[in-house]
Design a protein around this ligand. Structure first.
Ligand code: GRF
Length: 193
């Protein structure tokens, strides 16, 4: 079996990244070989240090969008899949072309609702609350050139209570993310994708 060498892209605290790293620790066929961030002070980079995973900080958005120096680095590291875990920039075309159906994202809502530009973090949960939704959840999907638009790999729901505020909704959704994201990635990789 060929080995899956994952790279995690994250911009923030990295709680999903941490669950993924822990989940695949000791795996024979899947390793986390690189963490990429667009923020030098992102907490996810502390995780890279703790777990001794190489890290790469993207210098600026223009170079990310237009140059393929990051791609050369991913290829040098023999990265096979890119896992987005709270990465806030749109993925450029050259990366999507180099990794077709091999870039996975998680979104903290039931897409196509509450997706698209600007729908990230608490913005999502506030919008869910404002619409008085009785359920929310997560969508794990492949990445294409538009925000939150690729084929769905899994959707998981949670019930919301009338009294849940946006913070409480965020907590319920994050629990789902932490449990399911590593497992859905594993299932997808096992299917040979
Ligand atoms: C998660 O809610 C994920 O769905 C979204 O960004 C958030 C990242 O959180 N794409 P964390 O940094 O993994 O804690």
């Amino acid at each position: 079996m060929s080995k899956n060498r994952l790279c995690i892209f994250a911009s923030g605290r990295g709680s999903n990244a941490e669950k993924i790293i822990e989940y695949f620790k000791g795996s024979f066929d899947t390793t986390i070989d690189l963490i990429v961030s667009n923020k030098m002070d992102a907490k996810v980079l502390d995780l890279a240090q703790v777990h001794k995973i190489p890290q790469y900080v993207i210098g600026n958005k223009k170079s990310f969008m237009q140059s393929d120096s990051l791609l050369s680095y991913l290829q040098e590291k023999e990265i096979t899949h890119i896992i987005l875990a709270g990465f806030l920039w749109l993925i450029p075309k050259y990366l999507i072309q180099a990794y077709p159906d091999k870039i996975i994202n998680i979104h903290p809502a039931l897409l196509p609702k509450y997706g698209g530009k600007g729908m990230y973090g608490m913005n999502v949960h506030r919008a869910v609350k404002a619409a008085n939704e009785t359920t929310s959840g997560i969508t794990i999907h492949l990445v294409n050139e538009k925000f939150d638009d690729g084929a769905h790999l899994a959707q998981l729901e949670c019930d919301l209570h009338e009294s849940d505020n946006a913070q409480e909704i965020a907590k319920k959704v994050l629990q789902l993310e932490h449990h399911h994201y590593p497992r859905v990635i594993e299932t997808y990789l096992k299917a040979g994708q």
